[in-house]
Structure formats: C-alpha cells, structure tokens
Ligand binder design. Structure first.
Ligand code: GLA
Length: 381
C-alpha cells in the first residue's frame, strides 16, 4: 500500500508526503455495546486499514484527497465547519484537528493530505476509527508531538463523539490503537485500561458482510445509548457496569419492558466478556465460540440490534462443524457477521454459507478471511 500511497500523493499534489501513517480496522470479538456502559470488550485489529500521507504547506490551506473520490476538498485552516455531501468524509480528519487542542495538543495549519483504504466499505470493520487514528498520528508527527497511545485513542474518540456526532464508546479507536498481530485487545472501558490477550493457535476469523444497513442506524445507536443510560439511572448507578445480572432481575419492576431488555443484554454481555477472557487464557475455543453465539442471541432477543439477514448467517454458520461460534460484529442493525472457526473451515465452506444466504436474500454476502494485525503506526516515507 505504501508505494501506491506515495505515487497517488505525487499525482494529487506534485510532491511526496513527509509523513505516512496507517491504522487498522477492527473486529468486535465480544462485548456488544458494553463500551459506553463502562464494561469490558474484546476486539481484534486486522491487517487492513486506512493509510494517510501528509506534507505541510505554508499558505494555511488544508487540501484533503482520497482514493475513493476524485475531488480534492480545500479548506482554509480557520474553517472548521462540518462538511456535508461528498465532502463529508473530511469530517474525520477535521474532527481530529478540532479535538487536538482539547488535549493541549497543537494542530498543524496548512497541509496536503491523502487518505487511502483497503478496508471493505460498510463491513462494520470501523473505517472511521482507522481514519481518525491514522490522521491523528500523521498530524502529531507533523507538529513534532508524541503523546501516549492512550491520548491518541482518546483524540479519535473525541472526534467521533463531538465532531462527527456519534456517541460511540472507546472500542473502535482502542483496538485500532492497541492492536497486535495474533492477539485480541481487551479494554476495561472504565479506566480505560488496555491489554492484549494472545489468540489461541488455530483460531480463524471469517467475516460475512451483508451490505445491508438500517436507514436509521445512527439514530438507533443513539437510542440504545439513551436506553442504557436510562436503565443505569433507574438503578441509581452511574453506568450499567456497576450492577450485575442478579441485581438487575430483582429490580425488574423499576424499568419499562424495553429498557429492561436493553439492560439485560448489557449486564449479561459484560459477564460473557469476562468468561471469554478466561476461556481464551486456557485455549478453550469451543467455550469461546459458545459465548460468541450466546452474545448474538442476546442481541437478537434483548438488544434488538440484529436483523433477519444476520440471524440467518449465524444460524447457518453455527450448523457447520468447523465453526466455534458466530455473532454480529459492531453496532448492528445490518452490517457483518463474524465467525470464529478452526482451520477446517475454508473457502468451500464459506461459499456454501454464502450460497444459502444468496438463495434466501437474493444477493451473496462478501466474504473476508480476516487476519489479525498490528495497531496504528507511523512510517518514514
Ligand atoms: C460501534 C461503536 C462502538 C461500540 C459498538 C458496539 O462500533 O463505534 O463504540 O459501541 O458499536 O459494541
């Protein structure tokens, strides 16, 4: 990817970039909507992501190019208005620039900027966190600042929450920042505290991207966020991580039926993440797989962020002997399913699943045999 980036940067701006950064996409392994409830979550960085090339300009102009669109977006450094339409992708780097001063960091003034991606689009692999982290690393390098990795992750999340306007937790940015090949990233979102957990040998990830997306997905995410906060308030706790399944059941009459269902998913999911870490530590992939599938069923029943397409994939996948477990990955309401499999699951098995899906829904999902990869990094061109 690096040589292409340099070539495309030259084609767009007539010179080479001075800084190059890359940040990976992520798989949400388990811990569905637990992050903004203060709970734990496990994710994996993959070997695909977003690359950013940057060179400073001294005329105060910021020029943004990408490999997806032919148009270059040019903005003076003092114009920080949110962009709409085809230029909306620039809100990710702009959000990072706006977030830097919030962490007492400087933003570069004028620059030429190019983003390139080898992440499948709309697959729920968090291209937004990847572009935020790659942009953040490049902007910080260009201004000779070296904050900790944790600050970089928080800058990305701040951009998403306050500029892009999605009330997400720290999962996506945390995994993109702290990812490590052959490892999962464990985040205790209360700290936050980041750790890596070795992935037992013989574990494989397959992603089935349905390319379906609920039209109201951002609004639905925000609604789930609100319902969870309402549940915490009813229990007189700050966040749902401060309660447990038994205490929740005892307090059932304090909630509307909908809010109770949401809270049930979260508190049981929090318990599933801890059980998953324990099973990973002893290399018990069969137990891990059962927890993954249980997480999906809880999304389906209690959190209601699944869809018939995702449910069908999980059911079809889990009837295969080489599949340990499967679940929706990411926010839900469409998107992708992740399966954890043994090496015995290969292209033939994946194609059979895709064919069964195509027969039912009229179009085949995209298949990705995802490999784990390292977190965000900076390169010398
Ligand atoms: C999206 C958000 C994350 C997390 C997941 C659901 O990916 O960006 O912060 O809440 O949904 O677990």
């Amino acid at each position: 990817m690096k040589p292409w980036l340099i070539e495309k940067f030259r084609a767009s701006f007539g010179r080479a970039p001075h800084w190059i950064a890359r940040a990976p996409g992520r798989i949400e392994f388990i811990g569905n909507h637990t992050d903004y409830n203060g709970g734990p979550v496990l994710g994996a960085a993959i070997d695909r992501g977003v690359w950013v090339g940057l060179a400073l300009r001294d005329d105060g102009q910021r020029r943004f190019a990408s490999d997806q669109l032919s148009e270059v977006v040019a903005l003076p450094a003092d114009r920080m208005k949110k962009q709409a339409g085809a230029a909306a992708w620039v809100n990710y780097p702009l959000g990072v620039l706006a977030a830097l001063p919030e962490f007492s960091l400087r933003a570069p003034a004028g620059f030429d900027y190019l983003a390139m991606s080898d992440l499948p689009v709309g697959a729920g692999l968090s291209s937004s966190a990847a572009i935020e982290l790659a942009s953040g690393l490049a902007f910080l390098a260009a201004t000779a600042q070296q904050p900790s990795r944790e600050i970089l992750v928080k800058v990305g999340k701040h951009a998403e929450n306050h500029f892009v306007g999605v009330p997400c937790g720290i999962l996506d940015q945390g995994v993109s920042g702290f990812g490590k090949k052959d490892h999962l990233v464990f985040i205790d979102c209360r700290g936050p505290r980041f750790e890596t957990v070795p992935l037992p040998g013989g574990a494989h990830f397959w992603i089935f991207n349905t390319h379906t997306k609920h039209a109201l997905v951002d609004g639905l995410y925000a609604a789930r966020h609100r319902e969870c906060m309402e549940a915490a308030q009813a229990l007189s706790v700050g966040l749902l991580v401060e309660t447990n399944p038994a205490a929740l059941l005892v307090a059932e009459r304090k909630f509307s039926p909908i809010v109770f269902k949401r809270a049930r998913h979260i508190v049981e999911e929090i318990a599933r993440v801890s059980a998953t870490v324990a099973a990973l530590r002893v290399g018990d992939l069969a137990a891990v797989g059962k927890l993954l599938t249980a997480s999906h069923r809880s999304s389906q029943m209690w959190f209601e962020n699944s869809t018939p397409e995702l449910d069908f994939l999980v059911t079809t996948l889990t009837s295969q002997p080489a599949v340990f477990g499967a679940r929706l990955t990411g926010g839900g309401f469409g998107g992708a399913v992740m399966a954890l499999t043994s090496v015995a699951f290969g292209d033939d098995e994946a194609n059979l699943v895709a064919a069964a899906y195509a027969e039912k829904f009229g179009a085949a999902p995209d298949i990705l045999h995802a490999q784990t990869g390292d977190g965000a990094e900076l390169f010398t061109p």
